[in-house]
Design a protein around this ligand. Structure first.
Ligand SMILES: Cc1ncc(COP(=O)(O)O)c(C=O)c1O
Length: 382
Protein backbone atom coordinates (compact mmCIF):
# COMPACT_ATOMS: atom_id res chain seq x y z
CA UNK A 1 0.00 0.00 0.00
CA UNK A 2 1.14 3.54 -0.68
CA UNK A 3 -0.67 5.25 2.12
CA UNK A 4 0.03 8.87 2.85
CA UNK A 5 -0.12 9.07 6.63
CA UNK A 6 0.95 12.12 8.55
CA UNK A 7 3.68 11.76 11.16
CA UNK A 8 1.13 12.88 13.77
CA UNK A 9 -0.96 9.76 13.12
CA UNK A 10 1.92 7.37 12.50
CA UNK A 11 3.55 8.13 15.82
CA UNK A 12 0.37 7.70 17.89
CA UNK A 13 0.20 4.62 20.11
CA UNK A 14 -3.29 3.02 19.97
CA UNK A 15 -5.09 2.80 23.30
CA UNK A 16 -4.16 -0.64 24.69
CA UNK A 17 -7.50 -2.47 24.83
CA UNK A 18 -7.81 -4.66 27.91
CA UNK A 19 -8.84 -8.25 27.27
CA UNK A 20 -12.42 -9.17 28.14
CA UNK A 21 -12.49 -10.55 31.65
CA UNK A 22 -13.78 -13.91 30.34
CA UNK A 23 -10.70 -14.26 28.09
CA UNK A 24 -8.35 -13.53 30.97
CA UNK A 25 -10.09 -16.13 33.08
CA UNK A 26 -9.67 -18.73 30.33
CA UNK A 27 -6.04 -17.76 29.73
CA UNK A 28 -4.99 -17.81 33.38
CA UNK A 29 -7.36 -20.58 34.43
CA UNK A 30 -8.87 -18.45 37.21
CA UNK A 31 -12.66 -18.29 37.43
CA UNK A 32 -14.33 -15.44 39.29
CA UNK A 33 -11.84 -12.66 38.54
CA UNK A 34 -12.58 -9.12 39.64
CA UNK A 35 -11.81 -5.94 37.73
CA UNK A 36 -10.81 -2.87 39.72
CA UNK A 37 -9.01 -1.13 36.88
CA UNK A 38 -11.25 1.32 35.01
CA UNK A 39 -12.77 3.64 37.62
CA UNK A 40 -16.23 2.20 37.06
CA UNK A 41 -19.13 2.21 39.53
CA UNK A 42 -18.80 -0.63 42.04
CA UNK A 43 -22.56 -0.85 42.58
CA UNK A 44 -23.40 -1.34 38.91
CA UNK A 45 -25.84 0.67 36.81
CA UNK A 46 -28.84 2.49 38.21
CA UNK A 47 -31.70 -0.07 38.33
CA UNK A 48 -34.05 2.65 37.05
CA UNK A 49 -31.80 3.10 34.00
CA UNK A 50 -31.79 -0.64 33.33
CA UNK A 51 -35.59 -0.78 33.48
CA UNK A 52 -35.99 2.24 31.20
CA UNK A 53 -33.55 0.83 28.65
CA UNK A 54 -35.29 -2.57 28.65
CA UNK A 55 -38.60 -0.86 27.97
CA UNK A 56 -37.10 1.11 25.07
CA UNK A 57 -35.52 -1.83 23.25
CA UNK A 58 -38.46 -2.31 20.90
CA UNK A 59 -37.70 1.13 19.45
CA UNK A 60 -34.22 0.22 18.28
CA UNK A 61 -35.24 0.35 14.61
CA UNK A 62 -35.58 4.13 15.01
CA UNK A 63 -32.75 6.66 14.94
CA UNK A 64 -32.27 8.36 18.27
CA UNK A 65 -33.42 11.92 18.85
CA UNK A 66 -30.57 14.01 17.48
CA UNK A 67 -31.33 16.88 19.86
CA UNK A 68 -31.49 14.80 23.07
CA UNK A 69 -34.69 16.77 23.69
CA UNK A 70 -35.99 15.17 26.89
CA UNK A 71 -32.61 14.53 28.45
CA UNK A 72 -31.40 18.07 27.77
CA UNK A 73 -34.51 19.56 29.37
CA UNK A 74 -34.42 17.38 32.46
CA UNK A 75 -30.69 17.81 32.99
CA UNK A 76 -30.87 21.57 32.40
CA UNK A 77 -33.60 21.77 35.04
CA UNK A 78 -31.54 19.73 37.47
CA UNK A 79 -28.37 21.76 36.91
CA UNK A 80 -30.10 25.15 36.74
CA UNK A 81 -28.73 25.93 33.27
CA UNK A 82 -30.43 26.36 29.89
CA UNK A 83 -30.77 23.31 27.59
CA UNK A 84 -28.78 25.32 25.03
CA UNK A 85 -25.85 25.28 27.44
CA UNK A 86 -25.51 21.49 27.19
CA UNK A 87 -23.90 19.39 24.45
CA UNK A 88 -24.08 15.61 24.70
CA UNK A 89 -21.58 13.13 23.34
CA UNK A 90 -20.79 9.45 22.97
CA UNK A 91 -19.14 9.60 26.37
CA UNK A 92 -17.48 12.82 27.50
CA UNK A 93 -14.61 11.48 25.37
CA UNK A 94 -16.54 12.61 22.33
CA UNK A 95 -17.07 16.09 23.75
CA UNK A 96 -13.28 16.35 24.16
CA UNK A 97 -12.99 15.40 20.50
CA UNK A 98 -15.65 17.94 19.47
CA UNK A 99 -13.84 20.73 21.30
CA UNK A 100 -10.62 19.90 19.50
CA UNK A 101 -12.38 19.58 16.14
CA UNK A 102 -14.16 22.91 16.58
CA UNK A 103 -11.39 25.07 17.98
CA UNK A 104 -8.03 23.67 16.94
CA UNK A 105 -6.26 24.15 13.64
CA UNK A 106 -3.05 22.29 12.75
CA UNK A 107 -0.14 23.90 14.57
CA UNK A 108 -2.34 25.35 17.32
CA UNK A 109 -1.38 24.51 20.88
CA UNK A 110 -3.08 22.83 23.80
CA UNK A 111 -1.77 22.80 27.37
CA UNK A 112 -2.27 19.70 29.53
CA UNK A 113 -0.54 18.13 32.53
CA UNK A 114 1.65 15.07 32.83
CA UNK A 115 0.29 12.66 33.82
CA UNK A 116 -3.38 13.30 33.14
CA UNK A 117 -6.20 11.58 31.25
CA UNK A 118 -4.38 10.19 28.20
CA UNK A 119 -7.13 11.02 25.69
CA UNK A 120 -6.50 14.79 25.53
CA UNK A 121 -2.99 14.55 24.16
CA UNK A 122 -3.83 11.74 21.74
CA UNK A 123 -6.71 13.66 20.19
CA UNK A 124 -4.71 16.87 19.92
CA UNK A 125 -1.92 15.04 18.13
CA UNK A 126 -4.38 13.26 15.82
CA UNK A 127 -5.72 16.66 14.71
CA UNK A 128 -2.26 18.06 14.02
CA UNK A 129 -2.17 20.16 17.17
CA UNK A 130 0.84 20.72 19.41
CA UNK A 131 0.79 19.44 22.99
CA UNK A 132 2.43 21.60 25.67
CA UNK A 133 2.80 19.37 28.68
CA UNK A 134 3.38 20.54 32.27
CA UNK A 135 4.42 18.07 34.99
CA UNK A 136 2.20 17.85 38.06
CA UNK A 137 3.51 19.62 41.14
CA UNK A 138 3.57 18.60 44.77
CA UNK A 139 0.43 19.66 46.65
CA UNK A 140 2.44 21.32 49.38
CA UNK A 141 6.10 21.35 48.38
CA UNK A 142 8.14 19.41 50.88
CA UNK A 143 5.09 18.39 52.89
CA UNK A 144 4.05 15.34 50.88
CA UNK A 145 5.45 11.94 51.67
CA UNK A 146 8.17 10.68 49.40
CA UNK A 147 7.52 7.33 47.82
CA UNK A 148 9.97 4.49 47.64
CA UNK A 149 9.02 3.82 43.99
CA UNK A 150 10.96 6.30 41.92
CA UNK A 151 11.01 9.08 44.51
CA UNK A 152 7.56 10.46 43.67
CA UNK A 153 5.76 12.50 46.31
CA UNK A 154 2.32 11.14 47.13
CA UNK A 155 0.33 14.30 46.53
CA UNK A 156 0.74 15.62 42.98
CA UNK A 157 -1.71 18.05 41.41
CA UNK A 158 -2.02 20.30 38.33
CA UNK A 159 0.59 23.04 38.31
CA UNK A 160 -1.66 25.98 37.36
CA UNK A 161 1.24 28.44 37.54
CA UNK A 162 3.33 26.23 35.23
CA UNK A 163 0.38 25.96 32.84
CA UNK A 164 0.01 29.76 32.67
CA UNK A 165 3.68 29.98 31.73
CA UNK A 166 3.04 27.77 28.66
CA UNK A 167 0.33 29.99 27.16
CA UNK A 168 1.24 31.88 24.00
CA UNK A 169 -0.59 33.32 20.98
CA UNK A 170 -1.10 29.82 19.50
CA UNK A 171 -2.74 28.39 22.62
CA UNK A 172 -6.40 27.50 22.04
CA UNK A 173 -7.33 25.08 24.82
CA UNK A 174 -6.29 24.01 28.32
CA UNK A 175 -7.55 20.67 29.66
CA UNK A 176 -7.70 20.22 33.44
CA UNK A 177 -9.29 17.12 34.92
CA UNK A 178 -10.33 17.86 38.46
CA UNK A 179 -10.03 15.36 40.16
CA UNK A 180 -7.08 14.31 38.06
CA UNK A 181 -6.80 10.84 36.57
CA UNK A 182 -4.61 8.99 37.58
CA UNK A 183 -3.69 10.79 40.83
CA UNK A 184 -7.21 11.44 42.22
CA UNK A 185 -6.04 14.83 43.52
CA UNK A 186 -7.86 18.18 43.20
CA UNK A 187 -7.24 21.90 43.08
CA UNK A 188 -9.73 24.25 44.73
CA UNK A 189 -11.89 27.22 43.82
CA UNK A 190 -9.59 29.90 45.24
CA UNK A 191 -6.62 28.69 43.24
CA UNK A 192 -8.73 28.25 40.11
CA UNK A 193 -10.16 31.79 40.35
CA UNK A 194 -6.66 33.26 40.54
CA UNK A 195 -5.61 31.14 37.57
CA UNK A 196 -8.61 32.02 35.42
CA UNK A 197 -8.11 35.75 35.95
CA UNK A 198 -4.75 35.39 34.19
CA UNK A 199 -5.84 33.22 31.23
CA UNK A 200 -6.29 35.27 28.02
CA UNK A 201 -9.91 35.58 26.86
CA UNK A 202 -9.32 33.71 23.62
CA UNK A 203 -8.13 30.54 25.36
CA UNK A 204 -10.77 27.95 26.31
CA UNK A 205 -10.34 26.36 29.74
CA UNK A 206 -11.85 22.85 29.89
CA UNK A 207 -12.60 21.56 33.38
CA UNK A 208 -13.11 17.82 33.07
CA UNK A 209 -15.36 16.93 35.99
CA UNK A 210 -15.76 13.21 35.25
CA UNK A 211 -15.28 12.47 38.98
CA UNK A 212 -16.63 15.66 40.53
CA UNK A 213 -19.56 13.83 42.15
CA UNK A 214 -17.12 12.11 44.51
CA UNK A 215 -15.48 15.32 45.71
CA UNK A 216 -16.43 16.24 49.23
CA UNK A 217 -14.45 19.39 49.93
CA UNK A 218 -15.36 23.02 50.75
CA UNK A 219 -13.21 24.25 47.85
CA UNK A 220 -15.09 22.10 45.31
CA UNK A 221 -15.49 23.99 42.04
CA UNK A 222 -18.90 24.47 40.46
CA UNK A 223 -18.38 24.98 36.75
CA UNK A 224 -21.84 26.53 36.31
CA UNK A 225 -20.60 29.73 37.99
CA UNK A 226 -18.14 30.27 35.18
CA UNK A 227 -20.39 30.02 32.11
CA UNK A 228 -20.48 33.82 31.80
CA UNK A 229 -16.79 34.38 32.59
CA UNK A 230 -14.86 36.47 30.08
CA UNK A 231 -12.48 33.58 29.59
CA UNK A 232 -14.57 30.69 28.25
CA UNK A 233 -14.85 27.76 30.66
CA UNK A 234 -16.28 24.41 29.56
CA UNK A 235 -17.30 21.75 32.08
CA UNK A 236 -17.22 18.10 31.09
CA UNK A 237 -19.40 15.61 32.93
CA UNK A 238 -20.23 11.96 32.37
CA UNK A 239 -22.77 9.28 33.20
CA UNK A 240 -19.94 6.70 33.22
CA UNK A 241 -18.85 7.07 36.84
CA UNK A 242 -21.28 8.09 39.61
CA UNK A 243 -24.28 7.03 37.48
CA UNK A 244 -22.75 3.66 36.57
CA UNK A 245 -23.42 3.81 32.82
CA UNK A 246 -19.93 3.55 31.30
CA UNK A 247 -21.07 0.88 28.84
CA UNK A 248 -23.73 3.15 27.34
CA UNK A 249 -21.26 5.88 26.38
CA UNK A 250 -22.88 9.17 27.31
CA UNK A 251 -21.38 12.36 28.69
CA UNK A 252 -21.88 16.08 28.16
CA UNK A 253 -20.36 19.51 28.15
CA UNK A 254 -21.76 22.46 30.17
CA UNK A 255 -20.79 25.61 28.32
CA UNK A 256 -21.80 29.02 27.02
CA UNK A 257 -24.41 28.67 24.25
CA UNK A 258 -22.14 30.35 21.72
CA UNK A 259 -19.50 27.66 22.28
CA UNK A 260 -22.20 24.98 22.21
CA UNK A 261 -23.24 26.21 18.77
CA UNK A 262 -19.78 25.44 17.41
CA UNK A 263 -19.76 21.93 18.85
CA UNK A 264 -23.13 21.24 17.21
CA UNK A 265 -21.61 22.23 13.87
CA UNK A 266 -18.95 19.50 14.05
CA UNK A 267 -20.87 16.66 15.68
CA UNK A 268 -22.66 13.78 13.98
CA UNK A 269 -26.44 14.25 13.91
CA UNK A 270 -27.13 11.09 15.95
CA UNK A 271 -24.03 10.94 18.12
CA UNK A 272 -25.82 9.73 21.27
CA UNK A 273 -27.57 6.38 20.89
CA UNK A 274 -31.15 5.70 21.92
CA UNK A 275 -30.56 3.45 24.98
CA UNK A 276 -28.00 5.98 26.24
CA UNK A 277 -30.50 8.84 26.14
CA UNK A 278 -33.23 6.79 27.82
CA UNK A 279 -30.87 5.30 30.42
CA UNK A 280 -29.28 8.62 31.33
CA UNK A 281 -32.69 10.26 31.72
CA UNK A 282 -33.82 7.56 34.14
CA UNK A 283 -30.50 7.54 36.03
CA UNK A 284 -30.78 11.30 36.64
CA UNK A 285 -33.84 10.68 38.79
CA UNK A 286 -32.43 7.68 40.62
CA UNK A 287 -31.42 9.61 43.72
CA UNK A 288 -31.15 6.43 45.78
CA UNK A 289 -28.55 4.80 43.49
CA UNK A 290 -26.58 8.04 43.31
CA UNK A 291 -26.60 8.47 47.10
CA UNK A 292 -25.59 4.85 47.72
CA UNK A 293 -22.78 5.17 45.17
CA UNK A 294 -21.27 8.19 46.91
CA UNK A 295 -21.68 6.66 50.36
CA UNK A 296 -20.16 3.35 49.29
CA UNK A 297 -17.27 5.09 47.54
CA UNK A 298 -16.34 7.28 50.50
CA UNK A 299 -16.61 4.42 53.01
CA UNK A 300 -14.66 2.04 50.76
CA UNK A 301 -11.84 4.48 50.03
CA UNK A 302 -11.39 5.13 53.75
CA UNK A 303 -11.40 1.38 54.52
CA UNK A 304 -9.06 0.47 51.65
CA UNK A 305 -6.58 3.24 52.39
CA UNK A 306 -6.43 2.08 56.02
CA UNK A 307 -5.95 -1.58 55.09
CA UNK A 308 -3.43 -0.96 52.30
CA UNK A 309 -1.42 1.44 54.42
CA UNK A 310 -1.35 -1.23 57.12
CA UNK A 311 0.23 -3.55 54.54
CA UNK A 312 3.12 -1.10 54.34
CA UNK A 313 2.19 0.57 51.03
CA UNK A 314 1.84 4.31 50.58
CA UNK A 315 -1.34 5.64 49.03
CA UNK A 316 -1.96 8.90 47.13
CA UNK A 317 -4.27 11.49 48.63
CA UNK A 318 -7.54 10.92 46.69
CA UNK A 319 -10.90 12.66 46.16
CA UNK A 320 -12.52 10.11 43.92
CA UNK A 321 -13.35 6.41 43.42
CA UNK A 322 -9.77 5.33 42.66
CA UNK A 323 -6.32 5.87 44.11
CA UNK A 324 -2.67 5.26 43.37
CA UNK A 325 -0.62 2.86 45.45
CA UNK A 326 3.15 2.82 45.66
CA UNK A 327 4.13 -0.85 45.36
CA UNK A 328 7.88 -0.45 45.26
CA UNK A 329 9.83 -0.41 42.03
CA UNK A 330 7.95 -2.78 39.71
CA UNK A 331 4.29 -1.85 39.35
CA UNK A 332 3.95 -3.94 36.18
CA UNK A 333 5.26 -7.04 37.95
CA UNK A 334 2.93 -6.38 40.87
CA UNK A 335 0.00 -5.99 38.46
CA UNK A 336 0.85 -9.32 36.80
CA UNK A 337 1.13 -11.12 40.12
CA UNK A 338 -2.31 -9.76 41.08
CA UNK A 339 -3.67 -10.84 37.68
CA UNK A 340 -2.58 -14.44 38.34
CA UNK A 341 -4.71 -14.28 41.48
CA UNK A 342 -7.70 -13.02 39.49
CA UNK A 343 -7.55 -9.39 40.62
CA UNK A 344 -7.21 -6.88 37.81
CA UNK A 345 -5.77 -3.47 38.70
CA UNK A 346 -4.08 -0.88 36.45
CA UNK A 347 -0.31 -0.59 36.12
CA UNK A 348 0.83 3.03 35.77
CA UNK A 349 3.79 2.60 33.43
CA UNK A 350 1.91 4.25 30.53
CA UNK A 351 1.38 7.29 32.77
CA UNK A 352 5.07 7.49 33.68
CA UNK A 353 4.68 6.02 37.22
CA UNK A 354 6.30 2.57 36.91
CA UNK A 355 6.29 1.92 40.67
CA UNK A 356 2.56 2.48 41.09
CA UNK A 357 -0.73 0.73 40.46
CA UNK A 358 -4.15 2.39 40.27
CA UNK A 359 -7.01 0.73 42.11
CA UNK A 360 -10.72 1.42 41.67
CA UNK A 361 -13.12 0.89 44.56
CA UNK A 362 -15.09 -2.37 44.27
CA UNK A 363 -17.95 -3.95 46.19
CA UNK A 364 -17.27 -4.83 49.84
CA UNK A 365 -16.45 -8.43 48.88
CA UNK A 366 -14.16 -7.29 46.05
CA UNK A 367 -12.38 -4.85 48.34
CA UNK A 368 -11.74 -7.59 50.89
CA UNK A 369 -10.39 -9.87 48.16
CA UNK A 370 -8.18 -7.07 46.85
CA UNK A 371 -6.57 -6.53 50.26
CA UNK A 372 -6.07 -10.28 50.81
CA UNK A 373 -4.48 -10.63 47.37
CA UNK A 374 -2.22 -7.63 47.89
CA UNK A 375 -1.07 -9.10 51.21
CA UNK A 376 -0.39 -12.41 49.46
CA UNK A 377 1.58 -10.79 46.63
CA UNK A 378 3.53 -8.53 48.98
CA UNK A 379 4.49 -11.59 51.00
CA UNK A 380 5.99 -12.98 47.78
CA UNK A 381 3.61 -15.94 47.64
CA UNK A 382 2.66 -15.49 44.00
C1 LIG B 1 -10.64 12.36 33.55
C2 LIG B 1 -11.58 11.58 32.69
N1 LIG B 1 -12.36 12.22 31.83
C3 LIG B 1 -13.22 11.56 31.04
C4 LIG B 1 -13.31 10.17 31.10
C5 LIG B 1 -14.17 9.45 30.13
O1 LIG B 1 -15.47 9.55 30.35
P1 LIG B 1 -16.55 8.98 29.34
O2 LIG B 1 -16.77 7.57 29.72
O3 LIG B 1 -17.70 9.89 29.61
O4 LIG B 1 -16.06 9.11 27.94
C6 LIG B 1 -12.53 9.46 32.00
C7 LIG B 1 -12.64 8.00 32.04
O5 LIG B 1 -11.95 7.26 32.60
C8 LIG B 1 -11.63 10.18 32.81
O6 LIG B 1 -10.83 9.53 33.65
Amino acid sequence: MKLKVSENIRSLVPYPPGKPIEELEREYGIPGSIKLASNENALGPSPKAVAAISAALTKLHRYPDGSNYYLARRLAEKLGVAPEELVFGNGSNEVIELLIAAFLEPGDEVVTSQPTFLVYQTMVQARGGVNRVVPLKEIAPGAALTSSGGGLPLGLVHDLEGILAQINERTRLIFLDNPNNPTGTIFGRTEFNGFLARVPEEVIVVLDEAYVDFVDHPERIDVRRYLGHKTPVVGLRTFSKAYGLAGLRIGYGVLHRELAGYLHRVRQPFNVNLPAQVGALAALDDDEHYRLTLEHTHDSVAWLVRKITALGCRVFDTHTNFFLVDVGSDGKGFYEAMLYQGVIVRPMTAYGYPGFIRITVGTDAENRRLVETMAHVLAGKE
